[in-house]
Design a protein around this ligand. Structure first.
Ligand code: SAH
Length: 219
C-alpha cells in the first residue's frame, strides 16, 4: 500500500509536532484526523500541512498547527467534556476539539466566517459542534458552566466574565493574554470555587479579541 501525498504531509506534520514537544497522543491523533486542507483558502492549499499560520478572510488567521496542538494539550480535554471556544475563525480548532470532547460550543463575531465554518463541519460530518455569531467576550451564559474554555484571540486582560462560566470544580481555560501591545502569553486558568490558579505557559502572537459583533457589507 502506498501513502497519498496528503497522508505523507500529515505524518510529517505530526512528527514535527512531536519534535516540538507535543506528547499527548490523543491530541496528536485528533490533529491527524482533521483535514486542515478543508479549512484553508484555495490559494494556500499547498501549505495546508505546513506548520505555519495562514490568512483566512476578514483579516483573520487560522493558527499555526503547533499553537493549536499546544493550546489543546494545555486544555487537558476529556471525552465527556463540554467545551467553549471563542473565535471560530476557519473552524479548524473547533474541529480538533470536537474529536476530543462531548460537545463544542463556538462563538465568532463575523457571520461570514461562521457560515463557512459551519459548512465545513457539515461536509466533514462533524455533528457535535454548536456555533453562533456573537461577542465572545460575553461567553455563552445560557450554556454555562463549561468544563473547558479555549480563547483563540488575544484578550487584553484576565477574562473574568469567561472564568465565571467555567465549572467551579476544576474548570480550565486557556487563553492568549496581552503582555505588551503586540505580544501575549498563553495563560492557563484553573478554577476551584472562587479560587483561580494562573499559569503563564508560552509567548505567542494572536489577532486581538475585539468588542461586539462585526458589521459586514450585505451580500
Ligand atoms: N480558532 C480559529 C482561529 C481564529 S483567529 C481557527 O481555528 O481558525 C481569531 C478569531 O477570533 C477571528 O475569526 C476573529 O474574528 C474572532 N474574534 C475576535 N474577537 C471576537 C469576539 N469578541 N467574539 C467572537 N469572535 C471574536
Amino acid at each position: 500500500m502506498t501513502l497519498s501525498a496528503v497522508d505523507t504531509r500529515i505524518i510529517q506534520l505530526i512528527m514535527e509536532l512531536r519534535r516540538q514537544g507535543i506528547a499527548d497522543t490523543r491530541v496528536l491523533a485528533a490533529i491527524e484526523r482533521v483535514p486542515r486542507e478543508h479549512f484553508v483558502a484555495e490559494q494556500f492549499l499547498k501549505h495546508a500541512y505546513d506548520n505555519i499560520a495562514l490568512p483566512i478572510t476578514q483579516g483573520q488567521t487560522i493558527s499555526q498547527p503547533f499553537v493549536v496542538a499546544y493550546m489543546t494539550e494545555a486544555l487537558l480535554v476529556g471525552d465527556r467534556m463540554k467545551v467553549l471556544e471563542i473565535g471560530t475563525g476557519s473552524g479548524y480548532q473547533a474541529a480538533v476539539l470536537a474529536k476530543l470532547s462531548r460537545r463544542v460550543y463556538t462563538i465568532e463575531r463575523y457571520k461570514s466566517l461562521l457560515q463557512s465554518a459551519e459548512r465545513r463541519f457539515d461536509d466533514l460530518k462533524i455533528t457535535n459542534i454548536t456555533a453562533i455569531v456573537g461577542d465572545g467576550n460575553k461567553g455563552w451564559p445560557e450554556q454555562a458552566p463549561f468544563d473547558r474554555i479555549l480563547v483563540t484571540a488575544a484578550a487584553d486582560k484576565r477574562p473574568d466574565l469567561l472564568i465565571r462560566q467555567l465549572s467551579p470544580e476544576g474548570g480550565i481555560m486557556v487563553a492568549p493574554v496581552s503582555v505588551t501591545a503586540t505580544d501575549q502569553d498563553i495563560v492557563r486558568y484553573t478554577r476551584h470555587g472562587d479560587d483561580v490558579q494562573e499559569e503563564r505557559l508560552m509567548p505567542v502572537r494572536f489577532v486581538p479579541l475585539l468588542p461586539g459583533i462585526a458589521r459586514e457589507a450585505a451580500g
